[in-house]
Write a protein that binds this ligand. Structure first.
Ligand SMILES: [Zn+2]
Length: 220
């Protein structure tokens, strides 16, 4: 990340270059079509550089009012409240993308698309992480139209194993068993299982002296 002084200087130089291209080439009436295209492309490339430098700006000097009644950063010119096109992540240290989002409306939306707040996936050194946050919405998933509840669900996938966490549940889906998989699927609380069945599942329950549940381990 650049410091304020360096960034200010680089942005100033960049704005000068953009103005130069604009004033001397793009605004000239007699410019030839093919030259115009080249200068137009240069201007676009400078705009990309502007966007990338702007990502490093912390808007240290605050915002000024523009003619269009927006607020623009005094240093990078970014308009307040407009989403960035790119993410800039440091190579070392903790990476941060976005803020923690939750369902934010009591409304029942017409479809999943309208109800979606975020549904984004990052592939991180071979592990996949998805965050899906949406409001309530109608669905025709089953025969009758039903309402799908709002939720924030985070899913991590690693080695074919999937772990999903939402407001109510933590669900772990194992990769396919080596032996032939059965067609039916059952679910039971631990105490509902027969002792002989219990022995087949490699699960260790952690608890304290007051029998509080602390966690569980699944042996692979
Ligand atoms: Zn700025």
């Amino acid at each position: 990340m650049k410091d304020k002084k360096t960034l200010k200087k680089e942005l100033k130089n960049l704005f000068n270059s953009m103005d130069f291209i604009c004033d001397n080439f793009l605004s000239r009436e007699a410019a030839e079509e093919k030259h115009l295209k080249i200068f137009y492309n240069i201007y676009q490339q400078l705009a990309i550089a502007w966007e990338h430098l702007g990502l490093q700006c912390k808007h240290w000097d605050g915002f000024r009012k523009t003619k269009e009644k927006n607020e623009a950063c005094r240093i990078c010119g970014k308009i307040k409240g407009v989403d960035d096109q790119y993410y800039l992540l440091p190579r070392s240290g903790r990476k941060k993308i976005g803020k923690k989002l939750f369902p934010n409306s009591k409304k029942v939306f017409e479809n999943r698309e309208q109800a979606t707040i975020v549904n984004d996936t990052v592939d991180f050194y071979g592990a996949s992480l998805n965050v899906d946050v949406h409001n309530r919405h109608k669905s025709k998933l089953f025969k009758d139209k039903i309402t799908i509840a709002d939720e924030r669900i985070v899913t991590l996938k690693e080695c074919g194993i999937e772990c999903s966490i939402d407001q109510h549940l933590i669900y772990i889906k194992m990769n396919k068993p080596l032996k032939k998989a059965g067609k039916k699927k059952y679910g039971a609380l631990l105490w509902e299982l027969r002792r002989n069945d219990l022995k087949k599942y490699p699960i260790i329950i952690d608890y304290d002296e007051n029998r509080n549940f602390l966690g569980l381990t699944i042996l692979k």
